[in-house]
Design a protein around this ligand. Sequence first.
Ligand code: AMP
Length: 447
Amino acid sequence: MEFITFNLHPVIAASITEAGYVTPTPIQQQAIPTVMQGRDVMGLAQTGTGKTAAFALPILHRLMDGPRGKVRALVVAPTRELAEQIHESFVTLGQKTRLKSVTVYGGVNVNPQIQSLKNGVEIVVACPGRLLDHIGQGTIDLSHLEVLVLDEADQMFDMGFLPDIRRILKQIPAKRQTLLFSATMPPDINKLAQEILNDPVTVKVGNTAPPVTVSHALYPVEQHLKTALLLELLLHTDTESVLVFTRTKHRAKRLGEQLEKAGYKAASLQGNLSQNRRQAALDGFRDGTYQILVATDIAARGIDVSQISHVVNYDIPDTPEAYVHRIGRTGRAAKSGDAFTMVCSEDTIMVRTIEKKLGAPLERRTVTGFDYTVPAPKKDAEFARPPREPRPARKQPAEAKKSPAGSINPFKNDHPGSRPAGRPQQARPGAAGGAPKTVFNSSRRGK
Ligand code: AMP
């Protein structure tokens, strides 16, 4: 199938070609014709599947006819970064349409947003809180709205935005087309979908399996050796852009600093940063100024950096769903990527839960030459953490509960068919202490 079969407006078709898209992704193949028919859509797709263009293209097509200067399409997204990314897709794919898009989110000066809205736009990409402010202040007119998109609905629910969403829904025309995208379908989102979608068509890709192009591996290691092991991995791996996940904002900041000290161009992205600094970190990661970005789940959600070659879970995620989301950052749009997860003995239950979810064991690897025997410093309060238990999951709670507590050891590979975890061949005390040579490719995969 090719894009031409959709019969999109010629100026939009031209931008698709310029963007370098040749073949529609599965979610695009399913969603674009359906949205063009004006149907409501329930889209089950995670980031990395091309879901943004799946709704942006038919919306741009629809807006080519009809009045200009009125807000006719509203996309609500959980994070500022995702809002910016969606806005950029509208700008790229709609560059020849003279349709205007604006982002509306908190943490930045409201006046430019008010001015843009006053000047007249057709597309608004918003986070819930600031959008409600604009509605309350009367600085946005949604009375001409034709299409509403709720993107990453499950994430908005996780972040406590559901009441805000319901408030927004009360302020917009009931007669509209509604598209709801979510990577997972927890009961609250299902309920919301049933309430707000009118005879929807469900489009679904990839369920919750990570992209097939990603190869996963676990790196068993003691908590206090994680940073040293990460440096060792970076030293011996041919990487492009690396996204590293930590459990907390504090750990993201600390690790970012440690990587910088070790000579890497690294930035951290966490909620405590001002919007300007967050954007600078993201832009720098996108344009290659930073080769490594350290982030928490919330900060990194939905980030589209198509050249990410490696995702490193410095800390194992809370849920199998979060694992799949994180891994989805690499191997995007059919590129291949690697995902490394550092695991401590406390992570045993979560490892088992993730493997159950994936339906396959994860390979255990050790880094040859790395000294796993270096004892913990007396006081390791900084990066120490309590054992990780699976969070009462939104999905498959029974499965998580059933996991035999403490029954596997991530250091021991008890799955047939995966590579045995050998001892390091030689001990190298302080292997990661010195400033590592940079082993990043200077060539980057095309954006
Ligand atoms: P998304 O899931 O919307 O975050 O998109 C993931 C990445 O795939 C983005 O970098 C898009 O620019 C890219 N992309 C979307 N659609 C296509 C396509 N049909 N062909 C190639 N790349 C695409």
